[in-house]
Design a protein around this ligand. Sequence first.
Ligand code: ADP
Length: 423
Amino acid sequence: MKPQATILYIEDDKASQILIQRVLTHAGYHVLIADRALDGIDLAHKHRPDLILTDINLPDMSGREITVRLRSDPRLASVPIVAITSYSHTFERDKTFAAGVSGYITKPVDVSSLLKKIEEYLHGTQDKVNEDALTNAQQAYKYELVERLEANVRALEVSNRNLRRLDQIKEDFIQLTAHELRTPLTTVYGYSRLIQTSGPVRKLMEENEEAAACLGGLIDSIERLNVVISEIITVSRIASGRLDLKLGPTNLADVMDRALKGYAQVIAQRSLVVSFEPADWPPPFYADMALLELALSNILGNAIKYTPDGGTIKLRARVKDGRAHLSMQDSGIGIDPEDQKHIFERFYTAGDTQLHSTSKTAFRGGGLGLGLAICRGVVEAHGGKIWVESKGCDEKTMPGSIFHIELPLQTSMPITPPPRSSF
Ligand code: ADP
């Protein structure tokens, strides 16, 4: 006997697990138990047991498939694998040997002879099999594997279809809810503007600082809510491939200029230095001006958010290899390489999320993590590319970030629509 040997037992039936584990542990073996085939395979790779006992009929994979899988690992190729099963039919037995097991024990297990058998398997004993029967079983087992594979592929296709349907329901729900929220919000926003511009209220605001602050705060919050709802609608349209481009002659420098004007006040307040030479920018081309403005405005907004007061933002664009190449470089905190892989995903935010409810333009004031997802969706819908360059995130050295956008210089209306964004 080899009392210190480790035995892995892969079995989903609790009663069998308890019985075999008791017998083996009592005899001094170290026993590992797995309820599922995949867990069993993982345990086998991790602990490299001296012997593996496996049930045949498991919920995720069969004991035969476990054997084929483990035999393909050179480190486990010679480990004795023994099937413990209630299948007593000779053909089932032969197919199990065809998969590569060393032994076959039928249930109910004869406890009195189990330990002797285990000891023999541990010493390299292999059950005898008839060669002709094995050849036939190998063929049958091959067909069985292909049938199982086909059934799994079909089942996967069905669950994929269901998942896509559920995803669509979710996107529809998000869009519907966002639209429903926006309708009353537009009315609230309109009335709050009316109140703000009405003579008596303006007089009150001039005379009473508290009233002015309350109304200002109310309008700011409504505007913010409006932006968030619009972001959700756009991102959900992109995700469901429903972002329709309205193409028209577009001057990139004008688009950038408009985005810049939207932040003029905060740029001045925060003493940021922006360099922008529109004369060098690419000539007009066909694009969706409004969506491009949204994308550029988001990237510029981020450059402002993540750059400390007094920092610099450089906006450049030129024609390169027949494509417009635009870059926005900031002297801000920069982005970790790990975060760079994910920032274009929906709802991904890096850094301190505690700060993410603060003003949209305050230093490190964040958002929902939708801005860059929208940018990528818009750029890809134009057949372009977006990427980021940064040496990492460091609030002491401020390595900065450069966002690059490449767009095809479409000089006439395309006959076929550009590819849809692949979210
Ligand atoms: P958010 O609206 O939350 O800023 P985004 O999708 O626009 O979401 O950006 C995702 C994350 O990428 C942000 O949380 C931020 O950590 C990081 N990020 C984006 N732009 C910059 C930048 N210019 N400098 C540093 N970090 C940035």
